[in-house]
Design a protein around this ligand. Sequence first.
Ligand SMILES: Cc1cc2nc3c(=O)[nH]c(=O)nc-3n(C[C@H](O)[C@H](O)[C@H](O)COP(=O)(O)OP(=O)(O)OC[C@H]3O[C@@H](n4cnc5c(N)ncnc54)[C@H](O)[C@@H]3O)c2cc1C
Length: 390
Amino acid sequence: MDFKLSEEQRMWQESIHAFVAKEVKPKARFVDETALFNWDAVHKMGPLGLLGLFVPEAYGGSEMDAISSAIAMEELGWACGSTALSIAAHNGLGCAALALFGSHELKVRYLTPAAKGNHADGSYSQLAALALTEPGAGSDLKGGVITRAEYHNGYWTINGTKMWCTNASIADFIVTLVRTEPGKGSHSLSMILVPTECEGLHIGAIEKKLGVRGSPTNEVTYQDVCVPADHLVGKLGEGLTQTLTVLDGGRISIGAISVGLAQSALEEAVQYAMQRNAFEQPIASFQAIQWMLADAATEIQAARLMVYYAAWLKSQGKSFTKEASMAKLFATEIAERVCRNAIQILGSYGYSQEYPVERLYRDARLMTIGEGTSEIQRLVIARKLISEFQ
Ligand SMILES: Cc1cc2nc3c(=O)[nH]c(=O)nc-3n(C[C@H](O)[C@H](O)[C@H](O)COP(=O)(O)OP(=O)(O)OC[C@H]3O[C@@H](n4cnc5c(N)ncnc54)[C@H](O)[C@@H]3O)c2cc1C
């Protein structure tokens, strides 16, 4: 792999960095403290192409290559974990499911405004969401999903409850994984697009969380929610396979956000270590501090290259399931460690809300859980690895 960024990718990185430094990073503390979503910044993202990263230009998207998309997610993660998570869920989960598997009609009606950031009448659109997880099912979707969709007279009627749905309360539509056949067979699940204006759809209060507090997470209840037959996303019975395909891409985004969070924590730690004195010298002169900084810089570099590599494989149309899981596993775990050590370097100030490293630590903690826990990533990697030897 040639990991040197192209001129276009470098310019994209510079422009996104400048944008998030101005519009997103300064409000990161505010959105964390208030749990208010940063709509001001997000409304400016449509024209920049940040809301349609994986959407073809024909449907209003920017159709970025996978490395450029990862760069955007890293920059967003560097600026604000909450905003980054919502934009990742919008692009990599809700929109990606529709872009990959939706019909032309669904793409024109729902994907185009989502990717552009506005409806045909010029009003702002909301975001996209993907609801997989349920109160009793997260890692084991195949066996655990009980939200049911029944077909009758040209309509799907959906009943059930989804949990931890990012963006549900700020979404125009939620692509929902439902059981369309009884039993737990591989072909018993399907994806259905549910507009949030549907009668019988109840979106719960924003969950109170440890981190990523400015990214709304909601429970979603479906009570006889009725949608037309053509709102099926992809093929009947292919919901599980489609979900796994979407998650492969999503994991690159979560890895990239984690690199950004870690980079931000490292920058804070270096600056602090250079100006804080102890024993009549800057703490940056102590080897114990230097080693933490050196390890962080090394791990971030490795994680970034793993994310780029998985993204490059995706761009080449090659299999990238194992590499996306490796990148997510490594990047999320090092991000947690880097943020933890940044707090250590800042001492008591690191533990205080006066500095951003405690927020970065709380935000990073989520990344080892969402879109497949670290344990599930290891399971995916091991399965692929063993199959390569058979
Ligand atoms: C802030 C936030 C945002 C989220 N956004 C979304 C979203 O937009 N859409 C959505 O559908 N979901 C979302 N989720 C849910 C998230 O993807 C799930 O929580 C995650 O997949 C884990 O599922 P679970 O919580 O049910 O844990 P469980 O599956 O119950 O797992 C519990 C523990 O058991 C371990 N475990 C499970 N199976 C195995 C195994 N086979 N081997 C070893 N260990 C195992 C897990 O690793 C974990 O440590 C979000 C969650 C959060 C917190």
